[in-house]
Design a binder for this molecule. Structure first.
Ligand code: GTP
Ligand code: SPV
Ligand code: MN
Length: 611
């Protein structure tokens, strides 16, 4: 290097001019002390995690219990996605639609540019080249995250294909199409100023410029706010790409079902955040002879193959799973995945022997350090102070999952036979309903509703419409999004389209108990759906679609009383009558962009219900 060269810029490990000029521009604005290009190596992981241990962000777990794994506690005000601070800054406000916050791109950029000015002072600026989906794809889906957070660097190594293995792609044909994703925790350091374990800023912005395929995030270090390959790229920006290019970017798990006759089916399922995707994705079937393998637990990109079928690819490389409730009974495969180590745990409890614990896990400790860094005992739990935040998460490599499907990294993807929509509803929505056709299935997705969970801040338990489980993730107008779903169906051979089902694992009895046991027992519902595809299982045609009787579901070995299963399956016309005004209100809110076909479906449903 000569005296005139700038480290990290002039000796950058790429010749991609667009990338180099963006990195230079961000560095000039944010003023970091140094620039580091991430290579994704184990040496880099060791360096960054040691730094985080030194900073007090990480505590290394006992090597014998959780090898190469770390515990982290976030700032108590930075624990989940912030939907009210999330913006779709399309050029035209109408393109953001009623489900998104909007601001004119120029106005947002001028506000955020001032926030970014000098925001990395005293910190390292990391440049993370990454690829969503297999790097062997015909057109690899590239991104670059610039961040001043070591926590993000470590998490991105788990969650994405990143570093030296993807960097050469930036000199290839897809190299200039990368999505730039700028992230800062918004906590510059004065010379000599002591850092805090979890730097962040009270002011938060999670911003998308869909036309430019650009992401700007500020002020948060947490999950979907900060790991920009995940929700920001793979759903909000990718959904806009998918609209333009005729494919689908969805909040869906992907799983492979193998029947006792050794027939293979791939299914995708969209449930809102903290409503059961990860659990279903790696479920252990309770019915003999059936096997499940996992391909993805949160996001699916689906395109038509040459054979006219819809093929799904998981863009991610790791699981960022809800910790509470995960145990050896509900999700043994998640437990086995994290046991293999190489994982990060955020906002769970740290046990005195250097392991982690959370509500719902076996072997409750008699003492631990809570996610708030306080002494915690079971008595605190009984007094309503949980050891772990309800949105605490494990971050773990997919490759460690013992039931990972061998084809998980195949760029071709897997042909989807069925799509499940589902929500968390105490009442009204039956355990399972099969749609009449693609348009009716789209209507089921469009009117999907769920009680709000801790995955986003505010409004816990409120029932809201969460179309296709994508409410916080649609990167454009929701009315156009529904039309896109209709168009996808119209452009395809109806026989080759996945069949659409609507499920609800969360219906409750009068005493508040779950009517359906859920988890591994959900395999019984999957089995019924597969047998419907095969034309083997029975169903009753109801006002809302095809619903099984309890007898049509395999009940062998299930110890749930048949009355509960019947209650879980019940189509209660009176409950549905109270649902209709909520759907009407939702459709009215969407306004003129609501496809006529969705209105038609609603009118037809009302006729069938007799309202
Ligand atoms: P995100 O990662 O936020 O998108 O969540 P997710 O959809 O992957 O949800 P996850 O599988 O992590 O489940 C969230 C919570 O629901 C956990 O506490 C689970 O224990 C619980 N849960 C999952 N499946 C079932 C089920 O079939 N029945 C019941 N009663 N609870 C379930
Ligand atoms: C979700 O909220 O749907 C998640 C977690 O999967 S986050 O990455 O924070 O979006
Ligand atoms: Mn999710």
């Amino acid at each position: 290097m000569t005296a005139a060269t700038v480290p990290g810029i002039d000796d950058a490990p790429t010749t991609n001019a667009r990338l180099l000029s963006w990195v230079r521009e961000v560095a000039e604005l944010t003023r970091p002390d140094r620039i580091v290009w991430c290579d994704g190596s184990d040496a880099e992981w060791d360096r960054v995690t040691s730094q985080l241990v030194e900073a007090g962000t990480f505590v290394k777990l006992d090597e014998a219990k959780k090898p190469n794994s770390f515990w982290a506690a976030s700032d108590p005000n930075d624990v989940a996605r912030v939907e009210e601070r999330t913006f779709i800054c399309s050029v035209d406000e109408a393109d953001a639609g009623v489900t998104n916050n909007w601001m004119a791109p120029a106005e947002m950029k001028s506000i955020m540019t001032e926030l970014y000015r000098g925001c990395m002072a005293g910190r390292t600026m990391y440049v993370i080249p990454f690829c969503m989906g297999p790097i062997t794809a015909e057109k690899p889906m590239l991104g670059v995250e610039i961040t001043d957070s070591e926590y993000v660097v470590a998490s991105m190594k788990i969650m994405t294909r990143m570093g030296a293995s993807v960097l050469p792609l930036f000199d290839g044909p897809a190299g200039d199409d990368f999505v730039p994703a700028l992230h800062s925790v918004g906590a510059p350091l004065e010379p000599g100023q002591q850092d805090v374990p979890w730097p962040c800023n009270e002011t938060k912005y999670i911003v998308h410029f869909p036309e430019e395929r650009l992401i700007w995030s500020y002020g948060s270090g947490y999950g979907g706010n900060a790991l920009l390959g995940k929700k920001c790229y793979s759903l909000r920006i990718a959904s806009a790409m998918a609209r333009d290019e005729g494919w689908l970017a969805e909040h869906m798990l992907i799983l492979k079902l193998i029947s006792p006759e050794d027939k293979t089916y791939y299914v995708a399922a969209a449930f809102p955040s903290a409503c059961g995707k990860t659990n279903l994705a790696m479920l252990e079937p309770t019915i003999p002879g059936w096997k499940v393998e996992t391909l993805g637990d949160d996001i699916a990109w689906m395109r038509f193959g040459e054979d006219g079928r819809l093929y799904a690819v998981n863009p991610e490389y790791g699981f960022f799973g809800v910790a509470p409730g995960t145990n050896w009974k509900t999700n043994p495969n998640a437990m086995r995945t994290i046991e293999r180590g190489n994982s990060l745990f955020t906002n769970v409890a740290l046990t005195d022997d250097g392991d982690i614990w959370w509500e719902g896990m076996e072997n409750e400790p008699s003492h631990a350090t809570s996610w708030k860094g306080k002494d915690w005992t079971p008595a605190d739990g009984e007094a309503g102070e949980p050891s772990s935040h309800p949105n605490s998460r494990y971050c773990t490599p997919m490759s460690q999952c013992p039931v990972l499907a061998p084809e998980w990294d195949d760029p071709k993807g897997v042909p989807i036979s069925a799509i499940f929509f589902g929500g968390r509803r105490k009442e009204t929505i039956p355990l399972v309903t099969e749609s009449r056709d693609w348009q009716h299935g789209t209507f089921m997705g469009a009117t999907l509703s769920s009680e709000k969970t801790a995955a986003a801040t505010g409004g816990l338990g409120q029932v809201r419409r969460d179309p296709m489980a994508m409410l916080p993730f649609i990167g454009y107008n929701v009315g156009d999004y529904f039309q896109h779903w209709i168009n996808v169906g119209k452009g395809a051979d109806a026989d080759k389209l996945p069949k659409i089902f609507y499920v609800n694992w969360f219906r409750r009895g009068e005493d508040g108990r779950f009517l359906w046991p859920g988890f591994g027992e959900n395999s019984r519902v999957l089995k019924w759906a597969i047998e419907r595809l095969e034309g083997k299982a029975a169903a009753v045609e109801t006002a809302i679609g095809y619903v099984p009787t309890a007898e049509a579901i395999d009940m062998q070995g299930l110890d749930t009383p048949i009355e509960d299963v019947e209650a879980a399956l019940k189509v209660d016309v009176e409950e549905w009558k109270t649902e209709i005004p909520l759907i009407e209100e939702w459709f009215d809110k969407i306004g003129a962009k609501l496809p006529t076909s969705m209105r038609d479906e609603l009118e037809a449903l009302k006729l069938r219900l007799g309202v």
